[in-house]
Design a binder for this molecule. Sequence first.
Ligand code: FE2
Ligand code: FE2
Length: 205
Amino acid sequence: MNTNNQKSKKQLDQLKPKIIFWLKNNVTQKRFNHISRVAKVAKKYAKKLKLDPSKAELSAWLHDCAKEMTNNQLLRFAKTKRIKMDEVDFINPHVLHARVGAVIAKEKFGIKDPDVLGGIRCHTLAEPKMSKLVMLLYLADSTEPGRESRFAEPVRKTFKKFGLEEAVLHAIDVKLKEVIEKEKVIHPFTIQARNWLIEKIRLKK
Ligand SMILES: [Fe+2]
Ligand SMILES: [Fe+2]
């Protein structure tokens, strides 16, 4: 284990009991179970990709910390904290739970690491220029074992066969198809992230 990994392991060990205690009081049991499955999967993926497993786990434990906030609470919080908003955020404020969650992680739990915060911020809509750890959290959230297998299994297969970027692109497409089928609005962040990933994958070939 290198020194950076040791540092983040220490931070995780210190914060994990506090986060779990806080989550138990602020999210439903069902949500808590989802979060702990994401934490387990994120740690596993990080080891597989030789990324920092403690950062991945920390990001996962906090990713849905704002999930139980109401739309009005999310909008008010976002306004107060000057979170940059798109008109789609006003139509579907629930997606703000990711950006709001990142602010809570920073202010309440003192997280400073851009990968940990980025993982929380991008887990719902994705964003262009995501780091590997940030993408990993998006993937872990979409493929944890509680997700419907008809959606998650093809993405897991893409991850095994092609790798992280390809799997995240696939997971974005799965989400977008659902959004289109339900005739819901698409957030520009997701389109930008998808365009960025397509170019990134194309340039790799
Ligand atoms: Fe979420
Ligand atoms: Fe989640």
